[in-house]
Design a protein around this ligand. Structure first.
Ligand SMILES: Cc1cc2nc3c(=O)[nH]c(=O)nc-3n(C[C@H](O)[C@H](O)[C@H](O)COP(=O)(O)OP(=O)(O)OC[C@H]3O[C@@H](n4cnc5c(N)ncnc54)[C@H](O)[C@@H]3O)c2cc1C
Ligand SMILES: NC(=O)c1ccc[n+]([C@@H]2O[C@H](COP(=O)([O-])OP(=O)(O)OC[C@H]3O[C@@H](n4cnc5c(N)ncnc54)[C@H](OP(=O)(O)O)[C@@H]3O)[C@@H](O)[C@H]2O)c1
Length: 766
């Protein structure tokens, strides 16, 4: 964290990114005059810091930041202060001093002093920000929930350089005259001293993209931008004069030379038509992936007469259930992993917690019953998705038996999964020296390979724990090395009550951090009952500690109510028992490097190993889209934020089903998403206007970033909040969210399963 510009840059932190890698973030306080509609003043309490005090070295200042509700409700304000300051002392702001050298030509000419400290912002669970305090002001301005797009833009222009609504719909042209006159006007608008160096060229290209959206709509992308600059910079001096700019862009708009034609063809690959809210033209849909998500989409869309083709790179339906790590299976009982329109048939033989092959058999039965094999092309990998040159629809380029072909479709559904490919393998140094075997959980498919071996398993998630148990059954010595511990959830609370009563019921759901969409009363109630909720979760932790006999060295740092959002693992007692009997050892740490015969941890400790298994989860990859389109998807460090986790607001005619959402009942979640898509494509449900979808995404993003643990997939995580997510989908399609009513008791205390939604699907099929 530094002073000056860097601190201003850090202002983006509030909305853009909240500490994924432990990097300090900073916020520059703004002046009171910058306050605009929809923004709320958050006081850093106590007197303002006078400039003269900054010279002091042992400077400390105490105060608190009042959450936005405190402005409306005195009782709440009192309560918050009592709770946060008196009990937790959370809003005490001790300041530290940092001296930053000011360098000219590499020489230090003076020093600047900056004071910084940690503050906690966000509701309901404040998140930590490191703030450089601009000593002229004692205030921070942060957007509140009702913040309108205009306010953001206003702030962006006048103060912070915020960059949220960069992609707003293009305004009507503000330029006049012939095409060349318009180009000249754009040039003059951005030129500096009569020429256009590289940086203002970026801004000029944004104006060009807005003015000529169909031909140059993707010009704001650096990948394209560099090539265009190179082409139009006739004398290659790194700056553009007016003639070069006007003639060069004119040539690009009406290409005559081979170079311009090639560049236009490249640009055409990335030019998208405007996003429309009307899907009457959709007669054919390409679905990529034949997991439970892709299959359910196909079924729903075929019901409304849309022709579907499923592209699947493996040789069968089922996705991650076809083949996975040794001894894999459902972590939840079968009624919590069930197609809402196809319950397990009575004669279907499987365990209460079915094994992987049993789940696969069930999925195959679904596909056979609804004739989904007929529309699937197996062993067919989609390698590229091209927009249809400014027209609506997509061309799917696919490879089968090394033959490349393509086919045009009106609409695209990406259902490539969250947890199947590519595996995330954070290899340490000198891995090539290691004489043993290195596997990822998804390639550790037979536990016999660990027979008699010393195995090191990396990771602390569900896969890693399961892998450690399987390896310990065969191996001579198993060590689980993980960088942080996570709370396990028992199948039965207190060995009596199935966990679903706590986690899948509305009652259990109420104890979570409230969603930003909660009404005023509910938000107030959540705030007021905060101590009760806090006690509830500590009691839950106490119970889990007891059931799993968790030693104090393995207690997770995060409270259980937030930790469950970093993955979640429902375990039986195998791991606990193997730990107690010494069959599995655990080490909190990370591998620094490999040796020929093992690994060295970051603390220098050496472990002998014949096999290292990475249970480190999966990465995401959307390289099937052109780089420019990927940029329009606006993939962030914490994932891809979509409207309702389905629709990218800037890329038309494509939906993501299943691959950008994760709950504790994924098959139902995917089913509801597929139904939602059906209603949208059939015109029975309309999306909100373009600006509103962005605003909804923005709210969701801000909400998650204020309390959910940082993760590369945070955008897609709902986990226990699935009840809220399902409510939103059901509300959108105009159905009633309280599926168990008039049974009030059931509505509150009974777990929600796929069967509660079955009626919606029967209706849709009629
Ligand atoms: C071991 C394991 C256990 C799990 N247990 C549970 C559980 O208990 N409860 C729960 O709710 N969830 C569980 N999950 C989460 C699981 O991911 C979902 O339940 C669900 O099965 C995912 O379905 P999907 O269709 O979205 O993705 P996937 O099943 O991953 O299917 C995606 C498909 O897309 C195909 N594909 C990808 N790219 C291309 C391409 N370019 N061209 C063609 N085809 C392509 C893949 O081959 C794959 O078949 C578990 C996951 C794992 C790995
Ligand atoms: N039977 C089942 O039902 C089942 C089985 C497997 C998986 N799943 C589901 O599938 C999803 C994926 O689970 P998963 O366990 O495969 O992956 P995961 O939940 O993403 O866990 C990955 C683990 O790897 C660790 N890790 C990541 N990068 C690391 C690095 N560079 N160095 C050290 N450690 C690193 C993470 O550590 P940190 O925690 O410190 O980040 C985390 O513990 C989850 O939602 C899970 O519930 C279900």
């Amino acid at each position: 964290m530094t002073h000056g510009d860097k601190a201003r840059e850090g202002a983006l932190a509030i909305s853009e990114q909240v500490d994924l890698i432990g990097r300090a973030q900073a916020i520059t306080p703004l002046h009171r005059n910058s306050l605009v509609d929809g923004w709320r003043l958050l006081d850093i309490g106590g007197p303002k810091i006078p400039r003269s005090d900054v010279k002091g070295t042992a400077f400390r200042k105490r105060g608190f930041i009042a959450p936005e509700e405190a402005h409306q409700d005195m009782f709440k304000a009192f309560f918050v202060i009592w709770w946060q300051v008196v009990l937790c002392r959370r809003f005490t702001v001790p300041l530290s001093r940092q001296i930053v050298p000011v360098k000219v030509d590499g020489r230090t000419v003076s020093h600047k002093t900056a004071y910084y400290g940690s503050i906690f912002v966000g509701h309901p669970k404040p998140q930590n920000f490191t703030v450089v305090f601009d000593t002229g002001s004692g205030h921070l301005f942060l957007p509140d929930r009702s913040c309108e797009v205009r306010s953001w833009l206003c702030i962006r222009r006048h103060a912070m350089g915020f960059n949220i609504y960069d992609e707003l719909p293009a305004p009507v042209s503000k330029y006049h005259g012939t095409e060349k006159q318009v180009l000249a006007e754009i040039f003059l608008q951005h030129a500096q001293g009569g020429v256009l160096p590289v940086t203002p060229w970026y801004d000029a290209s944004k104006s060009l993209a807005r003015e000529f959206p169909e031909q140059l709509g993707c010009l704001d992308d650096p990948a394209i931008l560099g090539r265009v600059f190179q082409m139009i910079d006739d004398n290659h001096d790194g700056i553009l004069d007016q003639d070069e700019f006007v003639n060069g862009i004119h040539e690009l708009l009406h290409p005559t030379t081979q170079e311009a034609k090639t560049l236009r063809a490249r640009i055409a690959k990335a030019v998208l038509p405007a996003v429309e809210n009307d899907f009457g033209h959709v007669k054919s849909v390409a679905i990529i992936g034949a997991g439970v998500a892709g299959l359910q989409v196909a079924r729903r869309l075929m019901e409304i007469g849309i022709s579907c083709t499923i592209f699947e790179k493996s040789e069968n339906v089922g996705g991650c259930w076809q083949k996975n790590y040794a001894d894999f299976g459902l972590q939840v009982p079968r009624e919590l992993f069930e197609f809402p329109d196809f319950p397990y048939p009575d004669d279907f033989k499987c365990d209460l917690f079915p094994t992987g092959p049993e789940v696969q058999a069930y999925i195959e039965l679904y596909a056979k019953t609804f004739k989904l094999y007929d529309i699937a092309q197996f062993k067919t990998t989609v390698v590229e998705l091209q927009p249809s040159g400014g027209q609506r629809g997509w061309t799917v380029v696919f490879e089968k038996e090394k033959q490349r072909s393509s086919k045009a479709f009106d609409y695209l559904v990406v259902a490539t999964g969250m947890y199947s490919w590519p595996p995330h393998i954070p290899l340490a140094r000198d891995a090539s020296k290691f004489k043993g075997q290195i596997l990822h959980s998804c390639t550790f498919t037979d536990r016999k390979v660990a027979s008699g071996k010393k195995v090191v398993v990396v990771g602390g998630g569900k896969s890693a724990v399961d892998n450690a148990v399987s390896a310990a059954k065969e191996g001579s010595q198993t060590t689980l090395v993980c960088r942080s511990w996570h709370w396990p959830v028992p199948r039965y609370l207190l060995n009596l009550v199935p966990f679903k009563y706590a986690t899948y019921s509305r009652f259990g759901h109420w104890f979570l951090h409230p969603h930003h969409g909660e009404g005023a009363t509910s938000t107030w109630l959540h705030g007021t009952c905060a101590p009760v909720k806090w006690l509830w979760w500590r009691a839950v932790e106490f119970m889990f500690r007891g059931q799993f006999q968790i030693p104090s060295s393995m207690i997770p740092e995060e409270g259980v109510e937030t930790d469950l959002f970093s993955g979640g693992q429902i375990l039986n007692y195998d791991f606990r028992d193997m730990l107690n009997s010494g069959k599995i050892q655990t080490i909190c740490g990370a591998i620094d490097k490999f040796t020929e015969t093992g690994v060295v941890l970051v603390d220098g400790k050496e472990l002998d190993a014949d096999m290292v298994i990475y249970g480190t989860g999966f990465a995401k990859n959307y390289d099937i889209f052109d780089k420019v389109i990927q940029k329009k998807l606006n993939i962030q460090k914490d994932g891809l934020y979509l409207y309702r986790n389905v629709i990218p607001p800037q890329v038309p005619d494509v939906a993501f089903i299943g691959c950008e959402v994760s709950t504790f009942n994924n098959i139902l979640t995917h089913g509801l998403q597929a139904l939602w898509l059906q209603k949208m494509l059939s015109g029975q449900m309309r999306l909100p206007k373009p600006g509103s979808t962005e605003k909804a995404i923005q709210k969701e993003q801000a909400w998650k970033r204020t309390w959910m643990p940082p993760a590369s997939s945070r955008a897609s995580l709902y986990q226990l909040h699935m009840t809220k997510y399902h409510d939103m989908l059901v509300d959108d399609i105009g159905a009633k969210r309280f599926r168990k009513m008039p049974n009030c008791f059931g509505e509150l205390f009974m777990p929600y399963t796929a069967r509660d939604f079955a009626g919606l699907f029967t209706e849709a099929s009629k």
